[in-house]
Design a protein around this ligand. Structure first.
Ligand code: 6PG
Length: 245
């Protein structure tokens, strides 16, 4: 799997070992950021892949090794549903992590999925400007992303205008199927992160991943457009997603 030298790829036996390695990255980036700047800003994704990671971070093996009082949690995207809805990415974090570790309320920067998509996107842009300052793009210490079978990441879907957004930091996404609107960070914000970590597992991802990390034309997939300007990008794959089983 030939990749750009700036892209690091690690392949793990299974989702559990992949998730443990991702938890170790979370710990390491968090402690460095807190030591350096007194805070750690991370944007997290939804989906099924990161559930094990979030549960691990809340477990006794990890939770006491993070200074949660200095962690600022953001979301890479959200579905336009109430925060207690089963499809909510906030609910995913609430069920796996937030109920078990103490992150101060003011450090939980929730996307307001209960609001109208455009209104929620504008509100989140205000949250980002308030936290990172309004003179430059947000510079997350870490953004954790997944990838769908179609090569989408966050809520940046192939062919969506959101993928081509160059100015706004957060935009609404109107989907037909399933009929749930979303809001998402845009590529300018994602590509301004200090570090991006993709987690991808399962056979269904192997074809698109081969295009993105191999010889194919990665730019036809939104996940293939993630290329931090000065940060690093790491892909954590299981054997199936890496096409090795
Ligand atoms: C979301 C996620 C989305 C996810 C991919 C992969 O809100 O659904 O942000 O981008 O990361 O769809 O999902 P799985 O991990 O379930 O394959």
């Amino acid at each position: 799997m030939k990749t750009d030298p700036a892209v690091r790829v690690s392949v793990f036996d299974d989702l559990d070992s992949l998730s443990r390695a991702a938890a170790d990255i979370f710990l390491s980036v968090a402690s460095d950021a807190i030591a350096l700047r007194g805070r750690f800003s991370v944007a997290l994704s939804g989906g099924s892949t990161p559930r094990r990671l979030y549960t691990l971070l809340a477990s006794s093996a990890y939770q006491n090794r993070v200074d949660w009082s200095h962690v600022h949690l953001f979301w890479a995207d959200e579905r336009c549903v109430p925060p207690d809805h089963r499809a909510s990415n906030f609910k995913l974090l609430s069920d796996t992590l937030l109920g078990r570790v103490f992150v101060p309320e003011k450090n939980i920067h929730r996307m307001h999925g209960e609001a109208d998509a455009e209104e929620a996107a504008r509100e989140y842009e205000n949250q980002l400007s308030h936290f990172f300052g309004s003179s430059s793009l947000p510079a997350f210490d870490l953004i954790m992303l997944g990838m769908g079978e179609d090569g989408h990441t966050a809520s940046l879907f192939p062919g969506s205008p959101a993928v081509r957004e160059k100015k706004r930091m957060v935009v609404p996404v109107y989907l037909d199927k399933p009929n749930i609107d979303r809001i998402t960070l845009t590529l300018p914000v994602i590509n301004h992160a200090a570090r991006v970590l993709f987690l991808a597992a399962g056979k269904t991802k192997a074809g698109v991943i081969h295009h993105i990390l191999g010889e194919g034309n990665s730019r036809e997939y939104p996940a293939g457009l993630v290329c931090p300007e000065s940060g690093t990008i790491t892909w954590f794959l299981d054997q199936e997603a890496a096409g090795k089983s």
